[in-house]
Design a binder for this molecule. Sequence first.
Ligand code: PMP
Length: 279
Amino acid sequence: MHSLIWSDGQWSSGTKLIGAGDHAFWMGSTVFDGARAIHGQLPDLHAHCERAINSAVTMGMQPRGGRDDIVRLVHEGLAQLPVAHDYYIKVLFYCPGGFLLPDPATTTLALHLFEAPLPADTGFSATFSDYRRPAPSMAPTDAKASCLYPNTQRAMRDAAQQGFDNAIMLDPDGAIAEFAVANLWLVRDGVAKTPVVNGTFLNGITRQRVIRLLRDDGIQVVETTLWPEDLLVADEVFSTGNYGKVLHCLRVDAQPFAHGPVARRARELYLQFSAAGPR
Ligand code: PMP
């Protein structure tokens, strides 16, 4: 598997990065973002790099350089890898220094590029998790901070133990927030619906892109509060997220869903957008 790391101002192969004494390792002062190279194209790379910087700032870090510096480094790294493969592009900021509080002056950028084929849209199953997404008053929900992910891991582990591929997480009020690490959509009578941003889930870059692509294609998209009962009357369910882009859901608990026209169109539009390259 091809893999490349950028840290301490240089590229190397392998995956070693932080040490046991680092604050990031001990107390989780790490933020990250994930972008993708698909057939040599880098859809929304700028947005992912910008969000990595914003996440770092939210967590009190002091990232040096700007979005375009990270974009340049990503291009530099990819130029060293065979273009025939798809890659996951992880942009990390972390603080090695500090004791209880991280030392923002030690904010460090690292990149991890690794081969990761875009998953085929074969359909996934999901179940409702008992764990909820936190309210903004409980956790830094607007940052893509590593410290938020143990809860999603618990949800995914529980789902896997019950034989499901994914988990649906509710917000503190019991409304649908998202899938474990992707945004949730349902379709009813040809209208695509996705939870309205309320600070409890990540407003995914893929989500925002798919909203625009569907609307431009003449499909109605409604951002609204969705309750678990809304799934009972849905015609289609699908997810959006950087890793799999658009993937359709075949089943939530015992309820089956069709692989319908809106989910198919959303994936097709996304892949067309990606293939069209930078604009
Ligand atoms: N929610 C969570 C919790 C995630 O980790 C991700 C993946 N980054 C998403 C949603 C989807 O966001 P994006 O489309 O920006 O990858």
